[in-house]
Design a binder for this molecule. Structure first.
Ligand code: SIN
Length: 291
C-alpha cells in the first residue's frame, strides 16, 4: 500500500473509542462493525444504555445484536430513540407504514440490495440509518450475509491530491438508475433525483466521507461526460475492490443490525437460492447533507 493509505488505516485502527458502562462491544474488524451484548432491545432502555449505544454507533457504524425477540412496536420504539421514523416509500399497500418487509421467497430470481449501495441517496435527505431484524435465515443454515463498507476510510485512503479535487465537486444521484430499465413499483411513484456533495461531512462527528455509490450516483456535473464516467467508475470500484474497508455480518435468527446509512454502504448477498429468508427493516430520517 502507499504511505498515505497506510496512514489512513492507522488513523482508523488507533482512533480513540468510548468506554461503555452498560454494554459489551466486540469489534468485527478494526475499521467497521461491532457485536453488542448485554442489552435486551425489547425493553425500554435506560438513559445510560442509550448514551452508550449512541457512542458505539458513532464509533463502529454497524452494530450487531444477537438473540433479540422483538415485536414491530418494540422495533419501532428502539429506532425512534435515534430520530424520526422514516415511512416506507412507496407506502406498503397493507401493514405498518414504517416497517419494510424483506422477504426472499423460495427460488426468487433476485433480492433487494444485491449490490453495493447506501439507501435512497437519490432523496434530498437520505436516511440516517436502518435497523434490519432478520428472523428467518435460509434453510441451508448459511448464506444471505450482509456486507458493510466504511466510507470514511474509502475517502481517506485516496491520495491527498485526489481528495483535494473531490472536496470541490458534487454528484447527481438518480433514482432511475436503481430501476435499471424496470418499471417503478407504482404508477404514482415519483422517481427522486438529487445533487449532493461528493465528499460529505458526517453530521455528528464532522468526519469526511466519500459519497458515491453504484446504485444511484449518475454524474459529476462539473466534469465532461467522459471525465465524469471515468472518475465515478474508479470511485465506485473502491468499495468492492478493497476488502480492508469491509465487514461481513452472518445472520442468525433473531439478529438485529443497525447501520449508519450516512457513512456506510451495504450489500445483500444472494448466495442461498433456492431458499427463503425473512426480515423487517425500520429506517430513521436523516437531515441535509453538507460538504
Ligand atoms: C438492504 O437493505 O439493502 C438489504 C440488506 C439485506 O437484506 O441483507
Amino acid at each position: 500500500m502507499e504511505l498515505y493509505e497506510l496512514e489512513a488505516v492507522e488513523a482508523v485502527t488507533t482512533r480513540p473509542l468510548h468506554q461503555y458502562d452498560t454494554l459489551v462491544v466486540q469489534q468485527i474488524t478494526p475499521v467497521i462493525g461491532a457485536e453488542v451484548s448485554g442489552l435486551d432491545l425489547s425493553q425500554e432502555l435506560s438513559e445510560e444504555q442509550l448514551a452508550d449505544l449512541k457512542n458505539a454507533f458513532l464509533d463502529h457504524h454497524v452494530l450487531v445484536f444477537r438473540d433479540q425477540v422483538l415485536t414491530g412496536e418494540e422495533h419501532k420504539r428502539l429506532a425512534a430513540h435515534f430520530g424520526e421514523l422514516r415511512p416506507v416509500n412507496p407506502p406498503p399497500l397493507e401493514g405498518d407504514p414504517y416497517i419494510l418487509e424483506l422477504r426472499t421467497t423460495v427460488a426468487a430470481a433476485d433480492v433487494n440490495g444485491n449490490g453495493w449501495h447506501a439507501d435512497g441517496t437519490a432523496d434530498e435527505e437520505p436516511s440516517l440509518g436502518s435497523m434490519l431484524y432478520i428472523t428467518q435465515v435460509p434453510e441451508s443454515g448459511c448464506g444471505g450475509d450482509t456486507l458493510f463498507a466504511n466510507m470514511h476510510l474509502a475517502y481517506s485512503m485516496l491520495s491527498p491530491a485526489l481528495r483535494g479535487m473531490l472536496d470541490e465537486l458534487t454528484a447527481i444521484h438518480d433514482g432511475a438508475l436503481a430501476f435499471q430499465g424496470r418499471t417503478p413499483p407504482r404508477e404514482d411513484y415519483v422517481i427522486p433525483v438529487s445533487e449532493h456533495p461528493l465528499v460529505v461531512r458526517h453530521p455528528e462527528t464532522g468526519r469526511k466521507l466519500l459519497y458515491v455509490n453504484g446504485a444511484y450516483t449518475s454524474r459529476i456535473p462539473q466534469l465532461s461526460q467522459r471525465e465524469s464516467r471515468a472518475l465515478l467508475d474508479m470511485l465506485i470500484e473502491t468499495v468492492p475492490s478493497r476488502p480492508a474497508l469491509q465487514c461481513r455480518v452472518r445472520w442468525e435468527p433473531n439478529t438485529l443490525v443497525f447501520w449508519d446509512n450516512r457513512c456506510v454502504q451495504h450489500h445483500a448477498t444472494y448466495d442461498y437460492y433456492p431458499f427463503a429468508r425473512y426480515g423487517q427493516r425500520v429506517a430513521i430520517n436523516g437531515g441535509p447533507l453538507r460538504g
